[in-house]
Design a protein around this ligand. Structure first.
Ligand SMILES: C[S@@+](CC[C@H](N)C(=O)[O-])C[C@H]1O[C@@H](n2cnc3c(N)ncnc32)[C@H](O)[C@@H]1O
Length: 302
């Protein structure tokens, strides 16, 4: 996490929204007083208006909520994520899915609405669309999308997240949640969804390396209908957008996705990188492979 001065400068330069800047300052210090003395007036006002939430976030940070998983194995990492999010959601439902909400339900709702509007602009929604979110947390997207799609499903590794999601979406008939082992999408049959998306969950899948991420790309390709979309918001937390774009392009290529949006910053409230991938038909994949084969043949001396 960058130092306070650099966060303040990026905020004053218009690169970061006020909630993201304040959240980054909190994460960088876990110290309310230090943030208060370094923050410009607008951020101090935001902190004042959300003091209880910011205090809770500092307490969560002191408990190591943002510490990377110590285990480097897939199994150890999955156990870590389950425990981390079971605990976080019991501290603050809003902050557990988005620290930049500062624990404030209205801020979180505004950020959720902005992502839904992005999906709408990308033409991903519609009354025929069945969608699946990987790492759905408290179900804020399922609640927001339920009136705009045929079916909104969410899976999560954390039983307590799913319990919160079920409570928050109780009575919405086309919303369904499942706890999963977090390894893949094997509970779903092929061509089951028109849209698969992941909002800020891939940074946890990628922690032990690319194995889980690769499996999820393979399975997203399997469970999507041809032409279906895979939307990703944030791929990692390593703060290297070019490396993220390179890896997503390689994964997309390997699993038959066309990259329609390549890691762009398109939201005003949240600084996530956004990808829109489209599952290509078997014919397109074959033609591309043949095209590449022809290129390789052309440069070959014989
Ligand atoms: C930062 S939260 C975001 C939640 C939700 N996408 C949102 O934006 O409201 C990340 C979520 O991913 C879930 N998660 C982490 N690793 C996972 C895995 N391997 N499979 C499924 N969910 C996972 C966590 O339990 C947590 O709910």
């Amino acid at each position: 996490m960058p130092a306070l001065e650099s966060i303040r400068d990026r905020f004053l330069g218009g690169e970061l929204s006020a909630p993201v800047a304040l959240m980054q300052m909190l994460v960088s210090t876990a110290d309310l007083e230090m943030v208060e003395s370094a923050a410009p007036a607008e951020l101090r006002q935001l902190l004042d208006a959300n003091r209880a939430g910011c205090t809770r976030i500092c307490e969560m940070l002191h408990s190591g909520v943002d510490a990377p998983a110590e285990s480097e194995t897939v199994e150890g990492n999955l156990a870590f994520a389950r425990q981390l999010f079971d605990w976080s959601v019991s501290q603050s439902e809003e902050a557990s899915v988005a620290l930049y909400s500062l624990g404030n339900a209205d801020l979180l709702a505004a950020a959720t609405a902005e992502v839904v509007e992005l999906f709408n602009r990308w033409a991903l929604l519609g009354t025929q669309v069945r969608c699946l979110q990987i790492g759905c947390g408290i179900g804020r997207f399922e609640a927001a999308l339920s009136g705009r799609v045929a079916e909104a499903r969410g899976i999560d590794i954390s039983p307590k997240m799913i319990a919160a999601a079920r409570r928050r979406c109780a009575g919405i008939p086309n919303v369904i949640f499942d706890v999963t082992e977090g390894r893949d999408l094997s509970i779903y049959s092929a061509a089951r969804f028109e849209l698969v998306y992941a909002v800020d969950s891939f940074p946890y899948l990628i922690q032990p390396g690319l194995e889980l991420v690769d499996r999820h790309f393979a399975d997203a390709a399997r469970v999507l209908t041809p032409g279906g979309h895979f939307a990703l918001l944030n791929f990692s937390y390593r703060d290297d957008p070019d490396a993220d774009r390179r890896e997503v392009r390689a994964l997309a290529d390997r699993h038959g996705f066309a990259v329609e949006v390549d890691g762009a910053r398109l939201l005003s409230l949240w600084d996530a990188l956004a990808w829109k991938l489209r599952k290509q038909s078997a014919d397109t994949i074959r033609m591309n492979a043949e095209g590449r084969g022809a290129e390789i043949r052309m440069v070959s001396p014989d």
